[in-house]
Ligand binder design. Structure first.
Ligand code: PHE
Length: 372
């Protein structure tokens, strides 16, 4: 089994000049954490399936093995992402070549499934984004997409127009899901924008003293339905982040733990069921290193984070801009604080110093900045 990949990894051509997929990301392809029944992500996926099976028997078709390597058409054009949208940039998305990306959301499969005649489905999969480094962000994470199409029979007689009907059904469905998973938890709806839905909403959940965005959703843009020959229909769609929900649900303090093979982590999920809280097995001390440099125009925080991740791997806990100023000559200086910490063991000073020296060296040679 190739883990949803159409080709084995050896066959995937990676020498395209536009390829920006680093080795550490490439090796994560095909791992499919969401298909492991004794992993928190698999447990959560199954619990969401249970909710849909109980409330909509035999309605939603489930997909969790679609290839994460998709065309830019699937990932962007098919869901109406504008040509100049930031998510298309090489700074935000991993490109295999100019027309092929690692999907940055499970919405990449919406249009094709609609075109093939499906009207109710759930798509779960690994998604990839270049991003910052902290306890809730990791360049590979998992989403579940849900789509439900309605026909006139559904909303006629409801007393409201089709869009209102779909929006109300959507919120009811997702609030029910949140209650099914969490029982009581503080939540709020936020109005937002997505290219593929209108109106659009986000659900946030209160966690670790902050509001955490856990899903995006909305009423599907008519244009998407039109392109799949469904002019007289209305639909809703949602995309939820499995890691974030699982962190809240199981009390998992750091997103890197999902990738841990340490049996002090994995054994806690052996039962394969909801209803347990993760017991942290240790708290090893973090080590902070600061680094200041003059940036150039091409500098981006995502590039810095990827470089740090490439050297330190999962030992990088957080990369945080702590100072930022521009001098009279117009030169801008950034000071970043890097937190190194292992979830599994103590790190030695030597080990951290060596990582930090490599980071300093590569920041200069690859990011075109001048260390101060
Ligand atoms: N694709 C969106 C994201 O990744 C989530 C979403 C899915 C929003 C479906 C609306 C509808 O953030």
């Amino acid at each position: 089994h190739l883990g949803g990949l159409k080709l084995s990894k050896q066959e995937i051509v990676r020498d395209d000049p536009t390829n920006n997929v680093p080795d550490n990301i490439f090796w994560k392809l095909g791992l499919q954490l969401h298909r492991r029944d004794h992993h928190p992500l698999g447990i959560l996926k199954n619990a969401i399936y249970d909710y849909f099976d109980a409330n909509y028997p035999n309605e939603f078709e489930k997909f969790d093995d679609l290839c994460p390597i998709v065309s830019t058409k699937q990932n962007f054009d098919d869901v109406l992402v504008p040509a100049d949208h930031v998510s298309r940039s090489y700074n935000d998305t991993y490109y295999v070549d100019a027309q092929t990306v690692l999907r940055c959301h499970t919405s990449a499969h919406q249009a094709e499934l609609l075109r093939s005649g499906k009207t109710r489905f759930l798509v779960t999969g690994d998604v990839y984004r270049r991003d910052s480094i902290d306890s809730t962000h990791y360049p590979v994470f998992h989403q579940m997409e849900g789509v439900r199409v309605f026909t006139k029979d559904d909303w006629e007689g409801s007393g409201v127009d089709a869009t209102t009907y779909a929006a109300e059904d959507l919120k009811k469905c997702l609030e029910g899901l949140a209650r099914h998973l969490f029982g009581g938890v503080e939540m709020r709806w936020i109005d937002t924008y997505f290219p593929f839905t209108n109106p659009s909403f986000e659900l946030e959940i209160y966690f670790q003293e902050k509001w955490l965005e856990v899903l995006g959703c909305g009423v599907t843009e008519q244009e998407i339905l039109k392109r799949s020959d469904r002019v007289d229909n209305v639909a809703w769609a949602f995309g939820l982040g499995l890691e974030r929900l699982a962190m809240v649900l199981f009390d998992i303090p750091d997103i890197r733990l999902f990738w841990s093979n340490d049996e002090r982590f994995t054994s806690q999920f052996a039962k394969g069921q909801l209803g347990m809280k993760f017991k942290p097995f240790s708290k090893y001390p973090p080590c902070y290193k600061d680094m200041s440099f003059w940036i150039s125009d091409s500098f981006t925080e995502n590039n810095l984070c990827e470089l740090v991740r490439g050297i330190a791997g999962d030992l990088a806990e957080e990369v945080c801009l702590i100072d930022n100023f521009t001098n009279k000559k117009g030169m801008t200086s950034h000071c970043y604080r890097i937190a190194y910490r292992s979830m599994e063991r103590s790190l030695t000073d030597e080990e951290i110093n060596e990582l930090q020296w490599k980071v300093r060296e590569q920041v200069q040679s690859k990011l075109n900045v001048v260390l101060r």
